[in-house]
Design a protein around this ligand. Structure first.
Ligand code: PLP
Length: 429
């Protein structure tokens, strides 16, 4: 069926026609996805896109990876969801995560990253008996109330509390302190003022929800020191950085070990699994352990199909040169785009890490969210809309990052760089 007709049906049956607020993208309301494979997807009218959006990050191996899909199909021959006991796959996955990720002694599986961050904060409050949570401007940790504020804020709203939704109790918002990323001084001050009441500090070690702000080592160390001194729980939200940047997450790269780690996305190449791992004494507070006071549940937690997807993904990430491949392509893209924009005289800062890239239309540096307020949002979105005309998909929303996968090739990078020159000239003129 014609995609416009399908999209109209979608808008009648589904609010806005899409199943996530993050998919409500101006200009793309008629997009209906029909097929995806490797580095590409196709819409319902047969137009193919070279995909650098990659579903906000999960398919690190590429769409519909045959090894992951085979493992899921094979899982169909075993148990499906029984809702009691545990399966061998869950044990193997928990042991693998504990082996790979420095902070992880015990693991609980969820279906999404939001559930993992929700439970991280719940158990931090349970363990400390304290109220406050610290988050950072520009970080996104999912849709639940304690963290639903101050992601992409306007200049006027930075510095205050800026909820991303209505319907949240003011007392919940007031229990979250929002600080500038990379400001050790702001962290020290918050602990000096409120330390005895801070249950948890939650941070994306690299805030990729606004593109890429690279963390200063001193900042991460300050988080660790202040949390340890005050008895607060440090949570690294590695839903994006985990497995994509390193099998041990950013904590393995930085050497700074949090108390709890949340994981998701690349762990299962697109199948719905999240995980919360961390220190045994904290994790043992959950009700999965007899007498554990912090309630934890989920009908679909540890579903055999998604566990099989996660195990197959992690096996492939360990066995094949996935990281070497995506890091090399990412580096080519960052330097190639820098050259393209420079040669056109367009002020741009192309940054990222490993397989993640983003080109801001501003001059550097990009240390804190405030710096990103200098980005020319019209140019950022306009450039990406022009890329669509060339069959290249980078999400046309302000500050969003892009990804390369194991399925992308050097020829795909060539195509992006050629199209970038035309799209930037058109958007800039
Ligand atoms: N944490 C981070 C860093 C994320 O980027 C996201 C999603 O984009 C989440 C948590 C929430 O994960 P999910 O969308 O699976 O609930």
């Amino acid at each position: 069926m014609n995609q416009r007709v399908l999209a109209e049906r979608a808008r009648r049956a589904i609010p806005g026609g899409v199943n996530s607020g993050q998919r409500n993208v101006p200009g793309l309301s008629d997009l209906v996805i029909a097929h995806a494979e490797g580095a590409r997807f196709r819409d319902a009218d047969g137009k193919e896109y070279l995909d650098f959006h990659a579903a906000f990050g999960p398919p690190l191996l590429g769409h519909n990876d045959p090894d992951v899909n085979a493992a899921v199909a094979e899982a169909g021959n075993g148990a499906d969801l029984c809702g009691v006991g545990v399966t061998e796959g869950e044990v193997e996955l928990a042991e693998t995560l504990a082996e790979l990720v420095p902070s992880v002694e015990r693991v609980l599986l969820t279906s999404t990253g939001s559930e993992a961050t929700f439970h991280a904060l719940r158990v931090a409050r349970a363990a400390t008996g304290r109220r406050l949570v610290v988050k950072f401007q520009g970080c996104y940790h999912g849709w639940h109330d304690s963290v639903s504020l101050n992601v992409i804020s306007s200049a006027e709203k930075v510095g205050g509390r800026d909820p991303i939704s209505t319907g949240i109790l003011p007392e919940v918002l007031e229990a979250t302190l929002v600080l500038p990323f990379n400001s050790s001084q702001a962290v020290r001050q918050a602990f000096a003022d409120h330390g005895a009441d801070i249950a948890a500090v939650i941070v994306e070690p690299v805030p990729h929800n606004v593109g890429c702000l690279l963390p200063e080592q001193e900042f991460l160390r300050t988080l660790r020191e202040e949390c340890t001194k005050a008895g607060s729980v440090l949570v690294f939200d590695e839903v994006i950085t985990g497995f994509r940047h390193h099998l041990g997450g950013w904590q393995a790269i930085s050497g700074v070990t949090p108390d709890l780690t949340t994981m998701g996305k690349a762990i299962a190449n697109g199948y719905p699994v999240g995980a919360l791992g961390g220190r045994a004494d904290l994790m043992d507070l959950f009700s999965s352990r007899p007498g554990g006071p912090a309630f934890f549940a989920g009908t679909y937690n540890g579903h055999p199909a998604v566990v099989a997807a996660a195990l197959a993904t992690l096996r492939k990430l360990r066995a094949e040169p996935v990281h070497a491949h995506v890091f090399a392509l990412g580096e080519r893209i960052r330097s190639g785009l820098t050259e393209v924009f420079d040669s056109l005289g367009i002020p741009a800062l192309v940054t990222g890490y490993g397989s993640v890239f983003v080109g801001y239309f501003m001059t550097g540096p990009a240390r804190t969210y405030d710096d990103l307020l200098r980005n020319d949002a019209n140019m950022f979105i306009g450039y990406r809309r022009r890329l669509l005309d060339h069959g290249i998909f980078e999400l046309p929303l302000n500050l969003k990052r892009s990804h390369v996968s194991y399925a992308h090739t050097d020829a795909d990078v060539d195509r992006l760089l050629e199209a970038a020159a035309v799209a930037a000239r058109q958007a800039g003129g």
